[in-house]
Design a protein around this ligand. Sequence first.
Ligand code: ZN
Length: 274
Amino acid sequence: MNAGIRACALRRAYFRFALALAPVPVVLWLLGSGQQLTAALLFCTVLTTMMIGTLMPRCALFGRMIKQLPQACNQVLFTIDDGPHPEHTPAILDILDRHHIKALFFLVGERASQHPHLVREIIARGHEIGNHTQTHPAGTFWILHPTRLWREIADCQETLAALCPNHPPRFFRPPAGHHNLFTALIAQALGLRMMLWSARGFDGVLTDVPTITRRIAQRLKPGAIVLIHEGTPVAVEVAQTVAALLTANRFECEPPASLAFSDDEMVVERRASP
Ligand SMILES: [Zn+2]
């Protein structure tokens, strides 16, 4: 990666950080001049805004993201996070083949390095791979500073691009969907577009497959981006039931490379949700 692009992106990210801290001296001045209520209101407003933008996965306050397919058609994008996994990935690939579904696998760089044959197998079966960070620091990703964020995303990109030089990731998904003030900016500088989802069943925390499937089914509609995970106790079972659900509802799951992603997902989504 060009050092100049990295330096420019980090400069912009730290500038944003400085802007975000701008209210602090104002709060201190208000406190010093005896205006405690105004200081508290300003502090809470800024803090709440930062927390909403960071911890709510589908909130696009800090940058653009893809949350559903832009076109009004019967297409659904099936996305599978946290792989590759030595047992789950081969089983899920077989399930997808049986249902003629092409998916987008958001892979973790470290795990990809441990199972490079699985990464190549995903590509060989006609699916696409995406960037899901190098180490998947799910608990702390939302508070990472720009330099560490760059390393997480850039290292994963390097790992996956080295394994599949003709199919480098085009999309980035943050662990747990948490993205702070800098995430979209850094992903964009690395040539990636941030992708979240519109239908998930919380299979990362729940283990009741009917409940997981029902939650996904409730949010399933043309243009949906469905999220499931590898590495959970019910990963293969969930993949099987969701694939069957997509087939039963006659949704088309074409190769992600054939799908159109416009630059105005936000506008399209607003139009699609009156
Ligand atoms: Zn994840």
